[in-house]
Structures are given as structure tokens and as C-alpha cells.
Ligand binder design. Structure first.
Ligand code: SF4
Length: 470
């Protein structure tokens, strides 16, 4: 940049004693030793890299202490700091922001995360050390803010003297893009998924938001936009160059736009990358036209939100999918050698004990390779939360749920204790099956998979025998 010294912006995933995923406007404490790179910060790095000296720090993964992290950031004398904030660890993250501000009063501190997206003003009132909340991590607004181009700025709530200025919440255009995110600054070998393939691992976004509107999910409140496939390919080329062995497409729904997804995968086939990938997908995107192409591009697994065995429940929560589509999707995936990971919700309001038992049987009948049984979380920004508040189902007014272990709804049909007991039953019935154990052992292809199976297997024994509850 004309020999000019660029100012520094630090992008940081805060330190934490527990593994917590803070991105895509939600956060959960890792219940299966999983940990992936923060996608919000990566997108910001791509947007900022041509204008600033960008430093990325994943303090949690690097196991840095809060004071060491603050000192490390201060040593860069940053103009600004973007902090990933998680609802599950809100208190810790806010304390970290206070410590940053105390050490670097002149640095502008911007937060990105679910609670800041949905309640920016009230959160900023509680946390005067926070200078701004970022409402879209894929637009140019973060660059404009740090370059003080405030006229016409959007997607930020920021302080101006004593005032908190709210700007319009907008979405990027379809076909948006940004510079190649700075993956190489992250400890890619330290990221892992319990059903992962290998390391180094990177996370990539090919879209923003979700076109569906499932009322228990926070992603349904963020309008869907796809990213330019060529822009994604530039990032994948870089990851291939870096020797990444596994890519986790972190889209809320990968292949939500069939045409663009196929265009992207056709370009991937041409490049014949050396990595495998997995993604979250809806069952209705898995068909004869997509699954073989997914396999040809290195897909080894898909995550699917199955939720419930009851069509009435799926309809009530606006899932807009039919049960038989799950049957078809899991069968097709298996025939093509792609593993399936099903996500189920135990005890959505309106569901009885019998309904939940049917859901557990459904997990067995679909024969997914892994199942994750979760409890409904009335997260800020979901219709489920509004309904829970209205109906008095909340056992706590707390907004910062730990997505993996919390049972907070007392519905007309089930108490939190019954939901917890049914969840434990689901894990016992699903995982204590010799057929599944043998299949998972025979499915091992890498040393990494063997290691993770041993770790996860031990956790599962604990869960089944009752000495571990996560
Ligand atoms: S559950 Fe899946 S499909 Fe539904 S809104 Fe959330 S991300 Fe989208």
C-alpha cells in the first residue's frame, strides 16, 4: 500500500476454560471434543486484509490465559479488535472485553455474536467497554467502521460519544465475496470434529443465513444469500495449497441453492482437491443429482437436522420437510459411501413421552452413523423463545444457554427432568448397539479417525453408564 505502514486490527476468539463454538450467531459448549475455526472472524479477515495489518488469535484453541491474551493483543498496538462473543460464555467474554478496554482504552472494540445481533443496544448499555456490535460479518461495514467511513454505514450499532447509533440491518447481495480469509494464521492442526476425517482442518462459508424459517432455530431469522462460487474456489485453492485435509462447510444449509451448489462442486471436481469435506444439509437437498457429485468432490459426511419422528411436530415448527425425505436421503448417502450425522431434538413443546420414544426409534430406523440428541433451547431471536416466554415454559430467564447440557423448558407435556432422562435413554439405545460399534470401527480410514473414535467411545461409555452427562 504505497509503502505506508498499515494499522493493525486483531480478530480474536477469546480464551475459555471450556471448548465453545462462537460463530454464525449461535454458541454451544462442545459436547464431543469438537472445535472448528471461527467463521465470523475468518470472513472479517478476508474483508480487512487489503486495508489493515490483520492478526488472528484463537486464544481458546491455543489455551491462552485471559491476561496473556490481553498482553499479546496489546503488543500489536491495535487500532481495533473484533471479538467473537458467545451466549454460552457471555459473562467470561464480557469480562475479557473489559480487560481489553482497560489495557487498550484507545482501541475500538467490536463484538460479533448472537446476543449482540439480536439485542445490541441493551448489551452495549450493560457493557460500556464495547464500542460497536457487528450485525453482518460478510459485508464491507466492518472495514468502513475501522476506516471511520460512517456515512451510509450499515450493519453496525456503535457508540458516538454518549449516543448509541443504530444503523440498518441489511444483507449482502447474492453472489457476494471477500478476500481470501487468513486461515494460515490459525492453528489448523488443533481443530477437530469427533466424526472428523483428518487434520489440518479449516472452516469455510459458501453462503450466509438460511432460506428456511424453523421456529426453534436462530438461523431462520437471517436471510439467505449465496457467495460467488469463484470467490469460494479462491479460498479452497488456498486451503489446498496449505495442505488442509478436511474442510468443514459451515453454511447453515450447504447446497441451499441447488444451481450454485452444483456450479461450485463442478469447479471442485476440475481441481481435484486433496481434502475431504462435510457440511450441514437439509435432507431435501440430497438426491440423485447432488449426492454422487458430493462424493466426487470429497464429501465424506453430512449433518442433517432430523429433529423429530413426528410430522405434526415438524409442521408446527415450520421445518417444511416430509419424514420420507429423510429415509431417501440417508439411503442415498449410504449407497454413495457418505456418512450421516442426525441431529434430534428431545422434548419440543407439544411432544409427549411417546412422541420422544418414537423419535428415538426413528434414529435407529434411519440408521444414521452418528446421532446427536439435543434439548430445545429457547435462544434469543427464535420464535420458540417468544412462545416459551408467553406460555411460561422457561425455568430460568437466563439467556446464555449452554447448548449441550441445558434442559430449560418445562412444557405442558414434559418436565426438564423427564427430558433429561429421555435424552440419556436415547444415547443408550442408539450407541449401545454392536452393529453400530462394528460399523464405526470398520469405517476408520485415518489415524485421526481411530484416535477420535477412542476418545468419543470413552465419552459415550461414560454417558451410557451415567458418569458423564455431556
Ligand atoms: S434448522 Fe436448519 S433449515 Fe431450519 S432454520 Fe435452522 S439452519 Fe435453517
Amino acid at each position: 500500500m504505497n509503502g505506508q505502514i498499515m494499522e493493525t486490527i486483531v480478530l480474536v476468539a477469546p480464551p475459555s476454560d471450556v471448548l465453545v463454538q462462537r460463530d454464525m450467531y449461535s454458541s454451544t459448549i462442545s459436547k464431543g471434543h469438537y472445535n472448528w475455526p471461527n467463521t465470523d472472524l475468518l470472513a472479517c479477515s478476508g474483508i480487512l486484509r487489503d486495508h489493515f495489518n490483520v492478526i488472528m488469535i484463537d486464544a481458546m484453541t491455543e489455551k491462552l490465559s485471559p491476561s496473556d491474551t490481553v498482553d499479546m493483543i496489546a503488543s500489536h498496538n491495535p487500532k481495533g479488535i473484533v471479538v467473537a462473543v458467545g451466549m454460552s460464555v457471555r459473562t467470561e467474554d464480557y469480562n475479557f472485553i473489559r480487560a481489553l478496554k482497560s489495557k487498550m482504552p484507545d482501541a475500538k472494540i467490536v463484538g460479533s455474536g448472537g446476543i449482540l445481533y439480536h439485542s445490541p443496544k441493551s448489551e452495549m448499555e450493560e457493557l460500556p467497554e464495547l464500542d460497536a456490535c457487528l450485525l453482518s460479518f460478510v459485508t464491507e461495514d466492518i472495514r468502513k467502521y475501522f476506516q471511520s467511513e460512517l456515512e451510509g454505514i450499515e450493519n453496525l450499532v456503535y457508540r458516538d460519544g454518549d449516543q448509541v447509533v443504530e444503523t440498518a440491518k441489511t444483507y449482502p447481495q447474492h453472489g457476494y465475496g471477500y478476500g481470501v480469509p487468513m486461515h494460515k494464521q490459525l492453528p489448523l492442526k488443533k481443530y477437530q470434529l469427533s466424526h472428523g476425517y483428518s487434520t489440518p482442518m479449516a472452516s469455510v462459508l459458501t453462503s450466509f443465513g438460511c432460506p428456511a424459517t424453523c421456529s426453534f432455530c436462530v438461523s431462520g431469522s437471517i436471510n439467505y444469500r449465496y457467495r460467488d462460487p469463484d470467490n469460494v474456489i479462491a479460498e479452497l485453492d488456498e486451503l489446498n495449497r496449505l495442505g488442509v485435509k478436511q474442510v468443514y462447510f459451515r453454511d447453515n444449509v450447504f447446497l441451499a441453492t441447488r444451481k450454485k451448489g452444483i456450479e461450485l462442486m463442478e469447479k471442485m471436481v476440475e481441481r481435484n482437491y486433496g481434502f475431504k469435506w462435510l457440511a450441514e444439509m437439509r435432507a431435501d437437498a440430497l438426491d440423485e443429482g447432488t449426492v454422487p457429485l458430493m462424493k466426487a468432490t470429497g464429501c465424506y459426511a453430512v449433518h442433517m437436522g432430523v429433529e423429530s419422528a413426528n410430522q405434526e411436530t415438524l409442521d408446527r415448527y415450520e421445518k417444511r420437510i416430509q419424514l420420507d425425505q429423510y429415509k431417501k436421503a440417508t439411503k442415498l448417502a449410504r449407497e454413495n459411501g457418505i456418512r450421516t450425522i442426525g441431529y434430534f431434538i428431545i422434548g419440543l413443546p407439544g411432544e409427549t413421552r411417546e412422541d420422544v420414544l418414537r423419535t428415538i426409534d426413528w434414529a435407529l430406523e434411519l440408521d444414521v452413523d452418528y446421532a446427536s440428541f439435543n434439548t430445545p433451547l429457547p435462544i434469543v431471536g427464535t420464535k420458540l423463545r417468544d412462545e416459551a416466554l408467553e406460555q411460561g415454559w422457561l425455568t430460568s430467564e437466563e439467556a446464555s444457554y449452554d447448548g449441550s447440557q441445558t434442559t430449560v423448558l418445562k412444557t405442558d407435556e414434559l418436565s426438564p427432568e423427564e427430558v433429561a432422562e429421555l435424552r440419556a435413554l436415547a444415547y443408550r439405545k442408539f450407541y449401545a448397539r454392536p452393529k453400530l460399534i462394528v460399523r464405526n470401527i470398520l469405517g476408520i480410514r485415518t489415524f485421526f479417525q481411530m484416535r477420535m473414535l477412542a476418545i468419543e467411545g470413552w465419552s459415550m461409555v461414560g454417558r451410557i453408564l451415567g458418569f458423564a452427562n455431556n
